[in-house]
Design a protein around this ligand. Structure first.
Ligand code: GLY
Length: 364
């Protein structure tokens, strides 16, 4: 089992990564936060039948009382009604400031469990226990919590750092194929924006025709997850509140979020990020800042992991979508560009400049 230190202020924490980590959730809570007496496990209808009992037993053995809240899996549940229901369970069971939430599931669960913890009694502890690849490498780390509004994704929320993140790589073995694949949307993003070593590893796996075999190799799985956790940790340690460097993690997301919302959340987040990255690659190539050879390498890697590089979204639809984007500051949006693998740039554009930039990529 591996531990990666996250030096966020004022509360640093650890990300624990390894096979069978789920069996240790109870003992890790007892060790890290001995004052916790009650735990609310938040999970969804896909993950709860697989892992909730196991985690619950481990916490009870460690002498804590356990309540649970399980919601219907999917982005449609990511709303204030679900959060209010979680507050209700904690209030009925007389949770105090020293108690905790355990968020057991994918990104929707970790975002919502974190938000319920951030807001109940003005903030109680949350232990993030991501079970999907996407949540392990991205959503569960860095303290972004929240819900969707009908106007857009993640529009209400809070920064609330977990007390610990516990990642059991065995969960990835039973993950449906499409959920495993979508995780590579965020993994490839990390390679493109900041990590040439990760790019080389992903390229090598693809060149050897071993993409379908990753899950059979425990050591490789742990290595890929750990490299991505380290990438994300280095960014959020430097810019916890998303005022600068952290914005580079949004590569592919500005358009990706619009595509996701326009699909009424029928397309997975990681798939939409891949499409968003594909559109940014086209736009940078059309703008003449990304050499065609580099652009081809980037598209090839995304495709090698079974993800798409295009979408029929128009530049006008992208423009309308970004007007609601929470990354918009004043009249400008921060657009993340990659013109060289391993390096991201932040460019301020007006929504009109963004529409024209995307339009030229679409015409490529
Ligand atoms: N998922 C992007 C971030 O945590 O900032």
């Amino acid at each position: 089992m591996k531990g990666i230190f996250v030096g966020t202020k004022p509360t640093p924490y650890k990300v624990i990564i390894g096979a069978r980590a789920l069996t240790q959730v109870g003992s890790l809570i007892a060790k890290t936060a001995p004052d916790v007496q009650k735990v609310l496990i938040v999970s969804d209808s896909n993950v709860a039948p697989l892992y909730l009992e196991k985690v619950k037993k481990g916490i009870e053995i460690s002498k804590m009382e356990v309540c649970e809240y399980v919601f219907e899996a999917g982005e449609k549940s990511k709303n204030i009604d679900s959060i209010a229901a979680m507050w209700g369970v904690m209030a009925e069971n007389k949770f105090t400031r020293t108690d905790a939430v355990v968020a057991l599931g994918g990104g929707v669960v970790t975002d919502m469990g974190g938000f319920a913890a951030a807001t109940f009694l003005r903030g109680i502890k949350v232990f993030q226990v991501p079970t999907s690849l996407l949540a392990m490498v991205d959503a569960a780390i860095g303290g972004k919590t929240g819900i969707d509004l009908k106007e857009g994704k993640n529009l209400a929320g809070a920064f609330w750092q977990p007390t610990m993140v516990i990642e059991d790589t065995d969960c990835l073995k039973t993950l449906p194929d499409e959920l495993f694949t979508e995780g590579f949307g965020e993994i490839i993003k990390h390679a493109f924006i900041m990590d040439t070593e990760l790019y080389d590893l992903l390229r090598e796996i693809a060149d050897e025709g071993k993409v379908d075999k990753i899950r059979e190799d425990d050591a490789l799985l742990e290595k890929i997850v750990s490299m991505n956790v380290s990438d994300k940790v280095s960014v959020i340690t430097e810019d916890t509140l998303d005022n600068g460097l952290r914005q580079t993690l949004n590569y592919g997301h500005t358009v990706g979020h619009v595509i996701e919302r326009n699909s009424n959340f029928s397309l997975a987040h990681g798939v939409c990020v891949a499409k968003g990255m594909g559109i940014m690659i086209d736009s940078c190539e059309a703008a003449g800042t990304l050499p065609s050879e580099e652009a081809s390498k980037m598209r090839d890697l995304i495709k090698a992991y079974g993800l798409p590089v295009s979408d029929d979204i128009t530049a006008k639809e992208a423009f309308d979508g970004v007007l609601n984007d929470k990354k918009k500051r004043g009249d400008n949006i921060s657009v993340i560009l990659v013109n060289k693998i391993g390096h991201a740039e932040i460019k301020k554009m007006t929504a009109e400049e963004f529409e024209s930039f995307i339009g030229k990529g679409k015409a490529l």
